[in-house]
Design a protein around this ligand. Structure first.
Ligand code: NAP
Length: 343
């Protein structure tokens, strides 16, 4: 039976990858869009947020969220427009963000807790900022830096993954708070960008030479806050340079996500003891009740030109498997976003 909607296309998880995900780990699936029932909506997905965390969700085992099941539509954040509504919560034409999954259309109850749709204002700069500075990565930067990192004016803040979604917002927020900010990123172009365009004080190209020596040069007063997005050897190098009572925010460890061997832990952890320092993990979803408060302040900063939300947009739903891997190849400058359709 056909309905008024074009066919839905999805990427479902076909197999749990070992190492970097391959095409065969995904199943391309086509099916009809379900007609919305009473209280239901249909969302046409315009953009998908491609996040390093998606790699973790493909693994079996206990984590902060259940793994995506084999045969299930891949979990992803998305931004779309409501094209059918039988709910008073959303009208046709409303722009929303939420957990759409890797598909062209989402259909279900408007108040679905897993999807968690919220209405957004598409006129506020680039609409894709709602998947970046005003979305999950921005919230991670905001609460990670302020609540977990306890950053304050005068601190030296080091952030890895500095030219990525979370890292570039961490650096800009820290600068706005009066910190000295040193980024760590892969390649000259990324380093130049965060210094010249985003106002970082310095940036270390970890691919060009030893990070330890560069930290010594760029953080002569030591490191008060390290916002860690990458883990591995870079975490060890920073641990060797921390100050008394330093705060290390364990946000992510992308260098380890595709490891087929054991995850590499920090050998320099005794530096925490010597310096009475703290290393603390964070999961952004814990701060969900406070997103609106942070997003409002960040929207203000965007409008005043005090914050830039930079997105790296790749076009084409069908490129999803290869596009996701761009994160692990370091090809994105800014937030990696997959464009699915025009409004
Ligand atoms: P992103 O930084 O925009 O993109 C990933 C970047 O990681 C790449 O561009 C690449 O940049 C770098 N990278 C890739 N492989 C690497 C390696 N082996 N060693 C060092 N760097 C490597 O991604 P994002 O969305 O902002 O996420 C950044 C981190 O935050 C991830 O670890 C993610 O899992 C984490 N995160 C955590 C939470 C939470 O709630 N805890 C929420 C959001 C994100 P280079 O070219 O610079 O290498």
């Amino acid at each position: 039976m056909t309905n008024a909607f074009p066919p839905n296309q999805q990427f479902r998880l076909a197999a749990r990858p070992s190492g970097l995900p391959r095409r065969e780990d995904w199943q391309f699936h086509e099916e009809a869009v379900a007609e919305p029932g009473e209280g239901g909506i249909v969302v046409k997905v315009l953009y998908l947020s491609l996040d390093p965390a998606m790699r973790g969700w493909m693994n079996e085992g206990k984590s902060y969220i259940r793994p995506v099941a084999i045969g299930e539509v891949m979990r992803a954040g998305g931004l779309g427009v409501v094209i059918a509504s039988r709910s008073p919560r959303f009208a046709v034409g409303d722009y929303v963000t939420g957990g759409t999954g890797v598909q062209r259309y989402w259909s279900g109850q408007a108040d679905d807790k897993t999807a968690g749709f919220i209405r957004i204002d598409p006129r506020l700069g680039n609409v894709t900022a709602w998947l970046n500075a005003l979305g999950m990565p921005g919230m991670t930067a905001w609460f990670g830096l302020k609540e977990v990192g306890q950053a304050k004016a005068g601190d030296t803040v080091v952030v890895s993954g500095a030219a990525g979604a979370v890292g570039m917002t961490v650096g800009q927020l820290a600068k706005a708070m009066g910190c000295r900010v040193v980024g760590i990123a892969g390649g000259q172009d990324k380093c130049r960008f965060v210094v010249e365009q985003l106002g970082f004080d310095a940036c270390i190209d970890y691919k060009a030479g030893p990070v330890h020596a560069a930290l010594k040069e760029h953080c002569p007063q030591g490191v008060d806050v390290y916002f860690d997005n990458v883990g591995g050897d870079i975490l060890d190098a920073v641990l060797a340079r921390i100050n008394m009572k330093a705060r290390i925010v364990i946000c992510g460890a992308i260098s380890q996500y595709n490891a087929t061997d054991k995850v590499k832990g920090p050998a320099n952890y005794l530096s925490l003891l010597v310096n009475r320092a703290r290393m603390e993990g964070m999961v952004v979803f814990d701060y969900a009740p406070r997103y609106a408060e942070a997003a409002q302040q960040m929207a203000q900063m965007l409008m005043e030109g005090k914050l830039k939300s930079v997105e790296y947009v790749v076009d084409g739903f069908e490129t999803f498997p290869e596009s996701l891997n761009l994160l692990f190849e370091g090809r994105n400058l800014g937030k990696l976003v997959l464009k699915v359709a025009d409004a």
